[in-house]
Design a protein around this ligand. Structure first.
Ligand SMILES: [Zn+2]
Length: 205
């Protein structure tokens, strides 16, 4: 079903149901870039530990690399994502969608390299081999549905994992991420969701 396009949220560059914390880790996308790829990642710091402040600190350029032995490798690493979806389903946005976040690194999709140029990056707080939470799937579906109204060229085949665009180098979001479940929920969401004037969701009956 086609849903009406609301000019207010099209102009909006931040997810209306995310907490926005601006990261310094971004730059401009190349001129006239068509945003047509969504990349799903996972991250946890230290690996496998959740509800720590460290992911937020990393994306803000404030990580104390002395806080854990594994963080030594992260010194001087300047990375970000547009969104992080935490274990409880809450969403933090670090980079406006029109800007280029630094999440994909060396990457290619369908013959095009440098996926940061033309993609939106979403991190799930998690790790490759541990089930993601129901709240995370729910929020990922809501965020993706919103993004697909803003960027209709993000078709289903252009929603991929980091492992798909950096094979051999990256494994996230890993085998624990249930793509079938996500895409099934997403299709159902597309059929019954509209946005009201504030950009909030409203589910039709
Ligand atoms: Zn990743």
């Amino acid at each position: 079903m086609n849903t009406p396009v609301n000019e207010n949220f099209i102009k909006d560059d931040v997810l209306p149901f995310a907490k926005y914390i601006p990261s310094p880790h971004f730059n401009e996308r190349p001129a006239n870039t068509l945003i047509d790829l969504l990349v799903v990642h996972c991250i946890s710091l230290p690996a496998g530990q959740f509800n720590t402040p460290h992911v937020n600190d990393l994306f803000l350029g404030q990580l104390n690399c002395q806080a854990h032995p594994s963080f030594v490798d992260l010194a001087d690493l300047r990375v970000s994502a547009h969104l992080v979806i935490w274990r409880d389903g809450l969403i933090t946005q670090y980079v406006p969608f029109s800007k280029r976040a630094w999440h994909a690194g060396l990457s290619a999709f369908d013959g095009r390299s440098g996926c940061n140029d033309f993609s939106v990056g979403i991190e799930l707080e998690g790790c490759d081999n541990l089930s993601y939470t129901e709240n995370q799937y729910h929020s990922l579906v809501k965020a993706t549905a919103w993004l697909r109204q803003k960027y209709p060229n993000i078709t289903s085949d252009k929603i991929v994992g980091h492992s798909d665009i950096a094979p051999g180098r990256k494994t996230d979001p890993g085998p624990a991420f249930d793509w079938q479940k996500f895409k099934t929920l997403l299709e159902a969401e597309n059929d019954n969701t509209q946005f009201d004037d504030s950009g909030s969701f409203r589910t039709t009956t």
